[in-house]
Design a protein around this ligand. Sequence first.
Ligand code: 13P
Ligand code: SF4
Length: 310
Amino acid sequence: MTVYEAKQKILELKKEKDICILAHSYESRDIVEVADYTGDSYKLSVDASKVTNKNIVFAGVHFMAQTAKMLSPDKHVYMPNTAAGCEMAEQMDVELLAGMKAKEPDRTVVAYINTTAELKTLCDICVTSSSAVKIVSSIPDKKILFIPDCNLGAFVQKACPDKDIMLFNGGCPAHQRATRQDAVDAKAAHPDALLLVHPECRPAVTELADYVGSTSGIMNFAKNSDNKEFIIGTELSIAEHLQYECPDKRFWLLTKNIICPNMRMTTLMDVFNICNEIGTDAAADREILMSDELIAKAKVCIDRMIELGG
Ligand code: 13P
Ligand code: SF4
């Protein structure tokens, strides 16, 4: 089967089997092109809560598919490739967080959405990279425990100086590879370019940026800007998508080291296979299953995020 044929077949299968495809912006061009909704993790959470189809195929990483399931519990949610996890989401377990909470009982636990559903049951409110500053500044709580990303947490602390934010020493291994020197070198090599970075990058990088935002934020900024050149400080796929969508602009990489192997794991053929197998026993191993109790407990902090983040 050619790529074109696979795409055509996926479009037919979507109609035939009442499937909605959600794809994070880090997914490949082929996958983004067959998706019904694409964007950052906040946008996809809101989109997932509104899906009317019987089946959702989520091309992204595990915590994102779990979030979609929590927001659409009556739908069947499938991952095309269940090996795609988020390294940051696995950095904290329930025991570790319970221990931190016991030592800091008066702190509100703000969790980056890049956490497991089990961990979310212990958290007060979720945030995404696009909503973190808005949400933390809008809650009355002053004393906060921010988990697990210390870089996003530091970015929020800078934007909300009246808050007392305790950080956990976690983060995205891919974004942490970008260094201040990378930013200095890229700006020197491309003096007319604006530096756009994700808040998962280290403070030494974000403080040199012209814009700091989520994947959708970076894409929208570059598309709407009158500037013609940009240095992109997030997963390499975003520079690739932007170059495709804005052929008259130039996109440079902050570094070639921000690669998320998990986001690259899902292929167009994985998407075709799951669409083809939905409705048969063969798809069962890729369906996201969660108990009603886990959904009820973990969803509370996601609902609060959507209430405050829109
Ligand atoms: P977004 O909020 O931009 O979707 O970020 C999610 C993510 O995992 C980035 O590494
Ligand atoms: Fe997780 Fe980092 Fe990959 Fe985002 S880029 S999914 S935070 S490992």
